[in-house]
Design a protein. Sequence first.
Length: 246
Amino acid sequence: MESNNEVWKTEECSEKFLKNIRDCIPLALEQIDTVLRVIQGVAPKVGNFLDLGCGDGVLGDAILTKYPESRGVFLDISQPMLQNARKRLGSNKKLEFIIQDFGNSKWVGSVKSNAPFDVVVSGLAIHHQPDARKKGIYKEIYELLVPGGLFLNLEHVAPKSQWVRKAYEDLFIDSLYSFSKKNNTNKSRERIAEEFHDRTSKGVNILAPLETQCNWLEELGFIDVDCFMKIFELTLFGGIKPKRYQ
Ligand SMILES: C[S@@+](CC[C@H](N)C(=O)[O-])C[C@H]1O[C@@H](n2cnc3c(N)ncnc32)[C@H](O)[C@@H]1O
């Protein structure tokens, strides 16, 4: 399957995701907390980091809050998303916002002057790429990391069975419904389920199994590859570039 990133470039898709979906991602706060705990365990001094497919910069923002001295690079294909990231994070000499498509390896050149990175994070973005390209991106990340650096991917992965898919969808719809009730929108759960199934960004998902992706990381040389959190199709996985670069 080929990637189609055009939807993310639109104001409509960006706003819908940021206003209606991001805060409803099941266990979103716990995922961010786990990202920070893994970073603390592996790289307690974060000099610099890259947030790849940053959206409005939610992951990088969490890193900056915990490591205010760090320098962050925020890369995304979508101008509206990057505008939201700038709004959220403000302009600051230690931050760089880069519009680039990681669908081909040219993006690497745009961050080279900021590399190597202590940490690379990515949230719900790489799954829009075909599998060969996912693996290519993981290799590019490996090369951009400092020896001992950490890659963390908060990612949507392929379920192993149809019932896991259904459980994931039900969980997400329940979360959207309870958010909607809190905001007094009067939408029924059925209506919310319809909107969830019809969402534009769903069509550009190319999900790969967690185990396959962890195997790719190991093949590329990452060590301590692990899944740090998982609920149905939502995972946080990653690995470390060995200190002695081979
Ligand atoms: C589901 S959003 C997640 C945003 C953010 N990382 C988060 O966790 O909230 C996916 C993001 O990936 C970006 N994206 C998708 N394909 C991309 C590509 N080929 N190159 C760069 N960014 C891409 C989208 O523009 C969007 O901001």
